[in-house]
Ligand binder design. Structure first.
Ligand code: F3S
Length: 379
């Protein structure tokens, strides 16, 4: 029996079951997209966790949806708005209670409360060619590009429905033909900092929106570099997938694109300057790293510095350094201290969202971030 036939069996089954309800929502999405097929998934990852994104109506809907509902595949959860174990003083108790309630609702459905946008570092590492229903943009791009797994960028709700059914709508990046790169981007110089990879993603997203790039880079990208590129490319208008010559699993599975572009390290330095605000004499500046959530080793390395800025990381990877770690939180959806006006970060994704919220943002290299932690940097 094909996956689509198995999916149809759910729709032919008990109409009062949560599986039927979830499958009906997925069928509606498929119809809107003009898709007819469904594929079995091995895991789901759910965004839409922040109390500020969901709001009271979202929480109420989620609560109703959760009654009698259990996920059927490994399912992990995105970060919430802040660290619920150590919430900042300026967050009202009602918002802390609401965020805890949201987390508990997901937990009641069997969702693993990893609270991270880097689930591949916290027990949800997909295998090559596995089909997934993931929703956080940087995680989706990492899964497709670095792991060679297959997922479209789902909404929080469609990922949850897939988790409950065990299927997702086919098409898009589930299909070979849609994973073909559309442009080759050559970098003529070596680069040695995750921020450069973030800037590379900005360049690709801005100049070739929607096209999957095949990067030709004369340096090896480690996990932090892959994370930075995964987060930036989709934020800045690009596809939720990239290839890198000799470095990502599908780099030679498709034709080399005829469309080409070349850039230098200086072009990326210029881009860094362009995307950095002058913080001037802003009175309240904080330094932040961990977008996407960092690996354990990084968090510990930074925490040992004399830092009073902050880091976001998965609770499971936060180590014993909680005073400077916003465990399970996300700066883009967090409520920072009211007087904060300027932010120093090594993440172009964080810069994008924080600037949209009215903050001045200065980009620094990851290798410099410890030097920029400032004395009054509590968030
Ligand atoms: Fe993660 Fe939030 Fe950045 S979800 S990728 S820390 S914007």
């Amino acid at each position: 029996m094909s996956s689509s036939e198995e999916f149809q069996e759910i729709l032919n089954g008990d109409k009062n079951s949560s599986r039927f309800k979830a499958a009906s929502i997925l069928q509606g999405i498929a119809q809107a997209l003009g898709e007819h097929d469904f594929v079995k998934i091995s895991s789901a990852q759910i965004s839409g966790v922040s109390v500020y994104n969901l709001g009271p109506e979202g929480v109420s809907y989620l609560k109703d949806f959760a009654v009698g509902t259990k996920v059927r595949v490994k399912t992990t959860l995105n970060p919430g708005a802040f660290d619920i174990e150590n919430p900042p003083n300026h967050i009202p108790e009602s918002e802390v209670a609401s965020q805890k309630e949201i987390n508990a609702i997901y937990g009641s459905m069997g969702v693993s409360l990893t609270l991270t946008c880097s689930p591949y570092l916290s027990g949800n590492l997909p295998l090559y060619q596995e089909h997934l229903a993931w929703s956080e943009s940087s995680a989706v791009t990492f899964a497709n590009s670095v792991c060679g797994a297959r997922t479209n960028r789902e909404s929080g709700m469609s990922a949850l429905c897939s988790a409950v059914c065990g299927f997702t709508v086919s098409g898009g990046l589930h299909m070979d033909e849609n994973r073909q790169p559309g442009v080759t981007i050559r970098l003529s110089d070596e680069i040695d900092d995750p921020l450069y990879y973030g800037l590379l993603g900005v360049y690709a997203g801005r100049n070739f929106p929607g096209l999957i790039p095949l990067f030709d880079i004369p340096s090896r990208a480690g996990i932090n570099e892959m994370q930075a590129l995964s987060a930036s490319i989709i934020t800045w208008g690009g596809a939720s997938m990239f290839h890198i010559f000799h470095q990502t699993p599908e780099w030679n599975a498709y034709q080399i694109p005829t469309k080409q572009a070349t850039l230098t390290r200086k072009d990326l330095d210029d881009l860094k300057r362009e995307l950095s605000d002058d913080l001037g004499d802003h009175q309240k500046i904080i330094t932040f790293t961990g977008c996407p959530h960092r690996s354990a080793g990084d968090s510990i390395g930074l925490s040992e510095g004399k830092s009073s800025g902050f880091i976001t990381a998965a609770p499971a990877l936060s180590g014993p350094y909680s005073p400077v770690i916003m465990a399970g939180g996300c700066v883009a959806v967090s409520k920072l201290k009211p007087l904060v006006t300027g932010i120093i970060t090594d993440s172009v994704k964080a810069a994008f969202y924080l600037r949209n919220r009215g903050y001045k943002v200065k980009l620094v290299f990851s290798s410099e971030i410890k030097n920029n932690f400032c004395p009054n940097g509590e968030y």
